[in-house]
Design a protein around this ligand. Structure first.
Ligand code: BTN
Length: 264
């Protein structure tokens, strides 16, 4: 492990086994948001798998307009551009792929279990360690999704006190701090592998099975605040399309495709 934990393009690239993801890699000391940065560039000019990583984000963005705390040197803040063929426009499944890739990368690099909370939060020992924000880019010409930006934020260092009850980090879980280069490379390696499994090798079922094996909320009672504030349900699993299958308190089975769930 790199003991000083300084991000290095050379070390990340030396650990890559990919053919396109991360092969073009830009490292920025500070940026508003790596996702926003990619959205502001004409992505037609960028190659498939273009990756930007920052030491700090001043306006890190989470899902549903929330902020994602991104303090200097305390995490991996990375965004990857993936160009999509017409038949793979399902951003829900791209999100599932990203969660599987990050879970595998954390387990392989850090030797800790990385569970998944639908749809794409990664949890260790009941606390959030990583959030993923997948954003679609619509082509002006075809009005179809031409690519997605997969933004991944992994807490690796100190967790801010205000979120210590609900968030954790690689440092908190393992006592190790020098993982950022290796873990970044492994995330990119796994992301390419899972992405190709989905888009090229027809292994969607394997991806869904892995996801299900890490979905720690199966069998648990959850709240579905987007449907109704007092709407409880029990999680049954996920469907082949990445929808969350729940049984509500009236016994009805529902497939949830958008929104959030809250653990109770
Ligand atoms: C969430 O927890 O709701 C998703 C958080 C996603 C954070 C990552 S950090 C890199 C990329 N840039 C952003 O502004 N957000 C994503």
């Amino acid at each position: 492990m790199d003991t000083n934990d300084t991000l290095s393009v050379k070390i990340i690239k030396d650990n890559l086994t990919t053919s396109f993801v991360g092969q073009e890699l830009e490292l920025l000391p500070v940026i508003h948001s790596t996702n926003q940065y990619l959205k502001e560039i004409d992505t037609k000019e960028l190659c498939n798998g273009f990756t930007v990583i920052a030491d700090e984000q001043t306006s890190g963005r989470g899902r549903r307009g929330r902020a994602f705390l991104s303090s200097k040197n305390q995490g991996i803040y990375v965004s990857i551009l993936l160009k999509l063929e017409r038949e793979y426009q399902d951003t829900q499944l791209m999100t599932i792929c990203a969660a599987v890739a990050v879970s595998k990368a954390i387990e392989k690099t850090c030797g800790i279990r990385a569970d998944i909370k639908w749809v794409n939060d990664i949890f260790c020992n009941g606390k959030k360690i990583c959030g993923i924000l997948t954003e679609a880019i619509i082509s002006g010409e075809t009005q179809e999704i031409s690519s997605v930006i997969v933004g991944i934020g992994i807490n690796t260092g100190n967790v801010p006190v205000e979120i210590k009850d609900i968030a954790t980090s690689i440092l908190e879980e393992t006592g190790e701090q020098g993982v950022r280069n290796q873990l970044t490379a492994e995330v990119l390696n796994e992301l390419e592998e899972v992405f190709l499994d989905y888009t090229k090798y027809n292994k969607k079922q394997d991806i869904i099975e892995y996801y299900s094996s890490r979905l720690f909320i199966t069998g648990r009672k959850v709240l579905l605040p987007d449907i109704a504030h007092d709407h409880f349900a029990t999680v049954l699993g996920i469907s082949n399309d990445g929808a969350l299958i729940v049984r509500d308190d009236n016994g009805n089975v529902q497939h949830i495709t958008t929104g959030e769930i809250r653990l109770v």
